[in-house]
Design a protein around this ligand. Structure first.
Ligand SMILES: Cc1cc2nc3c(=O)[nH]c(=O)nc-3n(C[C@H](O)[C@H](O)[C@H](O)COP(=O)(O)OP(=O)(O)OC[C@H]3O[C@@H](n4cnc5c(N)ncnc54)[C@H](O)[C@@H]3O)c2cc1C
Length: 434
């Protein structure tokens, strides 16, 4: 422990106090610890395809998550300061003001995130020590049985290797600081208005009626696992479309780091020991391995994740017809099943995995539209947007990623299979359109 030395923890997509490596290490090594979260103005600007990077759904979810983080940090006697400013502008001033000796944060590897981190490193005073940690995986990069460039291209190969040779580390418990660590200073409150967005009321039909924040994530985990025991049926229900219970709904909290994948993993293990172990409990872990897989594929391929020809380097004839894109967004295509899913996304920021696969396949393989436009729209709208899962899945479905079978979904058959009584479509479509 460095006596009276001060560490700043810069929170990004790790909005939790439990199992947070940067926070844990700062608290263990430094006597004084202060938290910072920057709402980055870049995230509210329009990007090359004309969509705002972050729309109202995820913005609201982030604000709720940060507020809950502030409360949870307070119980550990740590203050969290908020700003609506670029981190490379805010952090140098903040570090100087608080006489900081070190800066702790989560390590990233996609281009925009690493540029931001490098800008911060360049802008802070030279004497400040920087500590960054990979902390978004189930299997830590240092525990992989292969080097990143050798990451298997095929999911099954990746899964078999990590299941056999890697381990999931234990979770880290939060460290409480002494009472005099808490700072008594005026602190900003960020609202949707601050971010240039209006307040809104979410549709009562949403399949994701939950709030952002670590406590909400842990409550959902407790309810989905131990209260309802729905985890025991996950493999059968996971392709569902309606309601809160067909799947875990963990993704928005995983994406902004309100909960760690390791925490979920160890709770599944507890459930298997105390309640039941079956193919459903295994399948939830299987899906978390998909999540890791897309992260490592993204780490391996770098900026190819965002390129039209994808990591497979395949050239197709892509269109970018504005009217077709707009019809897809508004749920006005010739396919009611696609339309219902797109309206759900527009009204709630949520769409099921089954829905996402169908609307993405329709966009890229039926309408032959540039898949990056669809991905950018998802990035804007999704509550659970995660750069690796979004761009990785889009590439996979569009046939430029790593689906060895390069399938096209038959939307009509999918609707018959997964919405045989039409209830999902009726929920989101006007009766005359269906
Ligand atoms: C075109 C397309 C875009 C997508 N974009 C995103 C995205 O931006 N963010 C995101 O988190 N997921 C994305 N997914 C993956 C998947 O649809 C969501 O993770 C899932 O629907 C979230 O619901 P859940 O938490 O109830 O999942 P569950 O079925 O309960 O699964 C548990 C967890 O496993 C992980 N997982 C499940 N399926 C996948 C998958 N196919 N790829 C990666 N991880 C998975 C998620 O972290 C999820 O929370 C996308 C899928 C497609 C087809």
């Amino acid at each position: 422990m460095q006596k009276s030395k001060t560490a700043i923890v810069w929170f990004t997509n790790n909005l939790r106090v439990n199992d947070n490596k940067a926070l844990y290490e700062a608290c263990e090594k430094y006597e004084r610890v202060i938290g910072v979260y920057c709402f980055n103005p870049n995230l509210h600007e329009k990007t090359q395809f004309g969509f705002k990077k972050t729309e109202k759904f995820r913005a609201k979810f982030t604000i709720e998550s940060v507020e809950e983080l502030r409360e949870n940090l307070k119980t550990l006697n740590i203050s969290l300061f908020l700003c609506y400013e670029h981190p490379q502008l805010f952090l140098p001033k903040f570090c100087l003001k608080h006489n900081a000796d070190a800066l702790f944060f989560q390590k990233e590897f996609t281009s925009e995130e690493t540029t931001e981190i490098n800008d911060v490193k360049k802008s802070i005073p030279e004497n400040i020590e920087v500590f960054e940690f990979y902390d978004q995986f189930l299997f830590d990069p240092s525990d992989l049985p292969f080097k990143i460039p050798q990451t298997p291209q095929i999911f099954t190969e990746f899964r078999k290797k990590v299941e056999k040779y890697s381990k999931v580390n234990n979770v880290l418990s939060p460290v409480k600081k002494s009472e005099d660590n808490l700072l008594d200073e005026q602190n900003e409150t960020i609202t949707l208005k601050t971010l240039g967005l209006s307040n809104f009321i979410i549709s009562t039909k949403t399949a994701f009626p939950f709030k952002g924040g670590e406590n909400s994530a842990l409550k959902r985990l407790q309810e989905y696992f131990f209260k309802s025991e729905n985890l025991s049926f996950y493999k059968k229900t996971r392709n569902g479309l309606l309601g809160t219970e067909y799947s875990s709904k963990f993704s928005p909290w995983l994406a902004n780091g309100c909960i760690s994948a390791k925490t979920i993993y160890w709770k599944v293990k507890e459930y298997e020991k105390d309640i039941k172990k079956n193919d459903s409990t295994y399948w939830l872990i299987f899906e978390l391995i998909w999540r890791d897989y897309f992260k490592y594929i993204s780490m391996k391929h770098g900026n190819d994740l965002f390129k039209l020809e994808g990591i497979r380097q395949t050239n197709y004839e892509w269109k970018s017809t504005q009217t077709l894109v707009q019809k897809w967004i508004n749920g006005e295509t010739n396919e009611p099943f696609v339309n219902a899913n797109m309206i759900e996304l527009k009204e709630t920021g949520w769409m099921s995995n089954r829905g996402r696969q169908n609307v993405a396949s329709y966009f890229a393989k039926e309408l032959l539209l540039d898949w990056r436009i669809g991905a950018a729209y998802f990035e804007s709208m999704l509550l659970d947007y995660d750069v690796h899962s979004n761009y990785g899945n889009w590439q996979y479905v569009a046939g430029v990623g790593n689906d060895p079978r390069n399938r096209k979904f038959n939307v009509k058959l999918q609707a018959e299979r997964y919405d045989s009584n039409g209830k999902f479509q009726r929920t989101w479509l006007q009766p005359m359109l269906f």
